[in-house]
Design a protein around this ligand. Structure first.
Ligand SMILES: [Mn+2]
Length: 473
């Protein structure tokens, strides 16, 4: 692997190549992925293009497969800019002769190495797209190469990176993401620093924030509303006056009291200190957004975006990213309420159907009870409470009769050899499906009747990746 500096230089060089193609066109189709990172990427690109008078037409896809590509080719655009997807299909894009720029952070297919398309991807410059930089980060570097004035879009790249969970393994953004972070800070748009890393600091009553704590799962508190209220009362934390107090309403003394009490509680419950450390880390605040709204915090912002995109309402999320604080923001908040309910139901369902262990992987099948667009999020949440020594595979039916698979691993497993991206892309291909992603999280779509065959292939592929001495039996 190259040094960070070399990867950065490689990306900047690729951006300059793409710049020529962009400046030579009057209009462009921006193709992106239906998640928080994809939406942030599209918002960055569309804004940057608009600023130089290029008409941008955004379109979103769940997965960029052959038929998606043909529908893009049918539009016959002068230029197509793929963001947060495209690298896995670079060979097919060039075969279809689509004039294109690709800014993606997923692992490129083999064909990526000898394509003529302007291709911005950290993997091509010896980097790692799973934590170093997101799709939105790549789109941002491209936007900044179009004009330094686009530095104000860096905050959206932070939202995208956080949406792709790139801050999870180290509890802070790392690698090239830190350069983007500095840009956002210099622009005066974003602040970052250590804080409790529970979801809902801006918008939830403190007891509710504790109740929903999943990473780590706190026995005796997570999922138990009354216990959380009692816990806070015992610490002398006032829960509300005119309205429920949120984390942001607590003073510094109260915050550290709660944080250290949570640590003590976790230790007494037998949690390893390594897991407990996850309670605290770096958080990202968008300074121009109103306090107490989802948009003020990068994690809550990205969840709001997922709540639009994952349900076929990408345009609502995109409108919010591009500045709409009226109708689109209201609609997004309404969708967020439904999304939360769906996640709660999803976790309940997984408890009911159970997780089935195999030798090297474990899985659950949600059937049609969890939509394929959020089964990966549910898998991530359930994985916090499950056996973390094996990757978790989650299945869900897609509306068009296929089977969606989402795979989640841990950084500990990646450090000893796990690469879900290569395991899933090969196994899916072997059963007539398509897949890819990152070493720690990946996904695929396969024919439904091939599920068992696919599971066997995955089990064997992961077995081959893991060190011999760690093998059970
Ligand atoms: Mn992404």
């Amino acid at each position: 692997m190259n040094t960070e500096e070399q990867t950065y230089d490689g990306l900047i060089k690729a951006c300059l190549g793409a710049r020529e193609a962009i400046l030579a066109s009057r209009e462009a189709v921006v193709v992106s992925h239906v998640d928080a990172d994809g939406l942030s990427s599209a918002a960055i690109m569309c804004t940057a293009l608009g600023r130089i008078g290029i008409d941008a037409n955004p379109v979103f896809f769940k997965q960029l497969d052959g038929s998606a590509l043909r529908s893009i080719a049918d539009l016959n655009p002068n230029l197509t800019i793929f963001t947060d997807l495209g690298s896995g299909m670079i060979g097919e894009i060039s075969e279809l002769d689509i004039p294109a720029v690709v800014a993606d952070h997923h692992r490129p297919s083999q064909a990526g190495k000898h394509s003529q398309i302007a291709h911005i991807n950290p993997h091509l410059a010896g980097g790692d797209g799973s934590i170093q930089i997101s799709g939105a980060g790549c789109a941002y570097l491209l936007a900044r190469s179009l004009s330094p004035a686009n530095k104000d879009l860096a905050q959206l790249a932070v939202v995208g990176a956080v949406g792709d969970l790139q801050d999870q393994s180290q509890r802070r953004l790392v690698g090239l993401n830190r350069r983007i972070l500095s840009d956002a800070q210099e622009a005066g748009l974003l602040a970052f620093g250590p804080d409790i890393r529970l979801f809902g600091r801006q918008t939830r009553p403190v007891w509710k924030m504790l109740e929903y704590c999943q990473d780590p799962f706190l026995p005796g508190l997570s999922g138990d509303e009354e216990a959380c209220i009692a816990f806070l009362k015992e610490l002398g934390i006032r829960l509300g006056g005119e309205r429920w107090r949120r984390w942001i309403d607590l003073d510094q003394g109260e915050k550290s009291r709660v944080a250290s009490a949570l640590m003590r509680h976790g230790l007494r419950a037998g949690l390893a200190s390594q897991r407990l450390e996850r309670l605290v880390g770096e958080v990202y605040t968008l300074l121009l957004e109103r306090e107490g709204t989802e948009l003020r915090d990068a994690t809550e912002y990205s969840t709001l975006l997922n709540a639009t995109a994952r349900y076929g309402h990408s345009r609502i999320g995109l409108a919010v990213l591009m500045g709409d604080r009226d109708q689109a923001f209201e609609d997004a908040q309404r969708l967020l309420g439904q999304h939360r309910q769906n996640l709660v139901n999803g976790i309940k369902l997984v408890r009911e159907v159970g997780i089935t262990p195999m030798q090297r992987v474990q899985f659950f099948d949600a059937g049609s009870a969890i939509t394929d667009t959020i089964v990966g999020i549910v898998a991530g949440l359930c994985f916090q409470m499950a056996d973390r020594s094996k990757p978790l595979l989650a299945f869900a039916d897609t509306p068009d009769g296929c089977l969606k698979v989402s795979a989640r691993g841990t950084m500990e497993l990646v450090h000893v050899g796990l690469d879900l991206s290569s395991a899933i892309s090969r196994s899916a291909q072997a059963v007539g499906g398509v897949g890819g992603g990152h070493n720690v999280a990946a996904g695929a779509t396969i024919p439904p009747h091939k599920k068992m065959e696919f599971l066997e292939l995955m089990d064997r592929a992961i077995d081959a990746q893991m060190p011999r001495q760690a093998k059970p039996g």
